[in-house]
Design a protein around this ligand. Structure first.
Ligand code: SF4
Length: 332
């Protein structure tokens, strides 16, 4: 996932603690519940598409990669909750999942978890919320490739319906500069495997990620990648230059210059103009810092482009986005 590419939702008041007691699961293990909170932080981060439709089950904190230069999550220590903790969270989630048929596994890339653990997490969900028939989560491309096709098929059969991946940009040079740890050919191979198994995949993209130095590469690279990959959904957010990141230091030293709001929109408009997508929901939730443009492609592509061109006429957006204050400014 991406630190710029996540929605946040204030957790419902579900943080009562579960203490003591045991519960025998279908998996055959006895779960002993100790102090567990449903959500660790005050906010939870989910893709914009999942926020209102899925029950969020926290399984992991931090990310297995944590090297992306722009990412404020990269500083977070990785922690994987134990199966008893996850079972306790699942039990606490029941009242809030009654009207949901989908669970979203919270954490920066739960698909990186070992297969045995994922199996048991899926069993926990089936035990406590048997009406749930879809599971979604964040993933990296290399998490997909690290699973065999048989393992992915097993997860799909057990309910894995969608993975949300932080693509950020389809330009290899930008990904390399940001230390994203993705090679375009590998990413396309991951998409091919997901398509083959009918596991939907969605991308977050970050407008302005290349700065003034590499912006010219973003639209051409992203057009080529997205048209080849054919994702189900694309969510564009704008770069936030978090002060606690390597990118911020690079910018301070003059090696990176942010795009203005106007330049970011030009970059995204140019990308959209070249997209040839068969069936894709598109949303840019940070247009000029205060607008959202969305549409379904291909039939609403012309409307999305027209809206972006119209917004480009608005005066007063020739400044770079402000530096966010960690803990005080909403992310994403
Ligand atoms: S993969 Fe990169 S952007 Fe996503 S959470 Fe990890 S460090 Fe952050």
């Amino acid at each position: 996932m991406t630190s710029n590419g996540h929605d946040h939702a204030d957790g419902p008041d579900m943080n009562a603690q579960v203490q003591g007691g045991t519960q025998a699961s279908e998996a055959g293990q006895e779960q002993r519940y100790v102090d567990v909170r449903l959500f660790t932080g005050e906010q939870i981060y989910m893709p914009i598409w999942e926020g209102r439709t899925s029950a969020p089950l926290e399984v992991q904190l931090g990310c297995s990669w944590h090297r992306c230069k722009f990412c404020d999550f990269a500083n977070d220590e990785r922690y994987v909750f134990s199966l008893p903790e996850i079972a306790a969270k699942a039990q606490m989630l029941i009242p809030y999942a009654q009207d949901k048929h989908r669970v979203f596994l919270l954490g920066e890339n739960p698909l990186s978890l070992p297969m045995d653990m994922l199996r048991q997490i899926f069993e926990i969900i089936a035990y406590f919320m048997p009406w749930v028939d879809e599971i979604a989560m964040y993933a990296r491309f290399d998490d997909v490739l690290a699973k065999t096709e048989e393992e992915l098929e097993e997860l799909a059969d057990a309910g894995l319906r969608e993975v949300h991946i932080g693509l950020e940009s389809g330009a290899q040079e930008i990904l390399d500069f940001m230390c994203k740890g993705i090679k375009i050919d590998d990413a396309l191979e991951a998409c091919r495997r997901l398509h083959k198994l009918d596991i939907d995949f969605s991308f977050t993209m970050i407008a302005g990620l290349g700065g003034t130095e590499l912006t010219h590469l973003h639209a051409p690279g992203s057009i080529a990648f997205l048209n080849a990959a054919q994702p189900k959904r694309i969510w564009v957010t704008g770069l936030l230059l978090w002060p606690n990141t390597p990118l911020f230091k690079i910018a301070q030293e003059g090696g990176f210059h942010q795009l203005t709001f106007h330049q970011r929109l030009i970059e995204t408009r140019n990308m959209v103009a070249g997209l040839e997508l068969d069936d894709c929901e598109f949303v840019d939730s940070t247009v000029l810092g205060d607008c959202t443009v969305r549409g379904h492609f291909p039939e609403q592509k012309a409307e999305v482009l027209a809206a972006m061109n119209q917004l480009l006429e608005k005066p007063g957006y020739d400044h770079v986005p402000p530096i966010p204050i960690p803990g005080m400014t909403e992310r994403g």
